[in-house]
Design a protein around this ligand. Sequence first.
Ligand code: SAM
Length: 268
Amino acid sequence: MPESLATRAATSLRLRMQDALDVVSRRRDPLIPPRRLRFVGEGDFAAVGDEYLRHLITLGKLGPDERVLDVGSGIGRIARPLSDYLGPGASYDGFDPDARGIEWSERAYRHRPDFTFAHVDVHNGRYNPTGTVDPATLSFPYEDARFDIVVMVSVLTHVLPDTLENYLREARRVLVPDGRLFATAFLLDGAAREAVAAGTGALPFAAADERYAVVDPDVPEEAVAYDEEWFLDHVAQAGFRKAGIRHGTWTPRESGRAFQDIVVARLS
Ligand SMILES: C[S@@+](CC[C@H](N)C(=O)[O-])C[C@H]1O[C@@H](n2cnc3c(N)ncnc32)[C@H](O)[C@@H]1O
């Protein structure tokens, strides 16, 4: 439900006051954006980023000398822990349709020539409704075989099937022959479907068609879940040979590590 103007003004004022207090009390980490710019989801900005670094290392086998592409880099939540972890020989490139996130990241990382950020004006009903580029036909702005790992955290949960298929193909194109994809998603297997039907899933997805389900049909990119089999078929069709899933806690499961499901796929 849209927030009223008064609620938005009150939230903005509260966040600005907290930002001002952070500056006065020198609590501000220069790689943590001001609260009013944190559009990438709820939760502690630094803690969520640190958690994903652990998943990237343990599940994605990310090494400190690797070249990382962060698709949908937002406002640097994943870049921040990587800026400590990545060392000689490594690099980080991120792109995102949110111009504020990219401008802020470019300023915050200007001391790190190994970190680059690009604005790509792809359309997204939730994040960039005025975008002029169709993400279903976007060519990622990087040459072939440029990266060891492509990261998509909380991005495939905001794109529609044609875009997802294109992004899997593009991930493959920009990866080296033994590269990996580390992506999060909401995947609908039998257990997840049961949880959603019983109302014990975190999000009330309703099927759009046999491939995917959404929470808000008016703004489908608000949150998108995929049929697990369809998703894995397309990972394989894009050229990835092996894919593993670590189911998340968005549906009640004991083995969950993160909130969203994590998929790690390898080209060889
Ligand atoms: C929930 S945020 C996650 C941001 C970041 N990955 C993180 O974990 O902090 C989703 C991000 O995806 C970006 N996004 C939406 N559609 C996209 C697309 N087609 N291609 C790349 N990024 C996209 C949004 O602008 C937003 O920054």
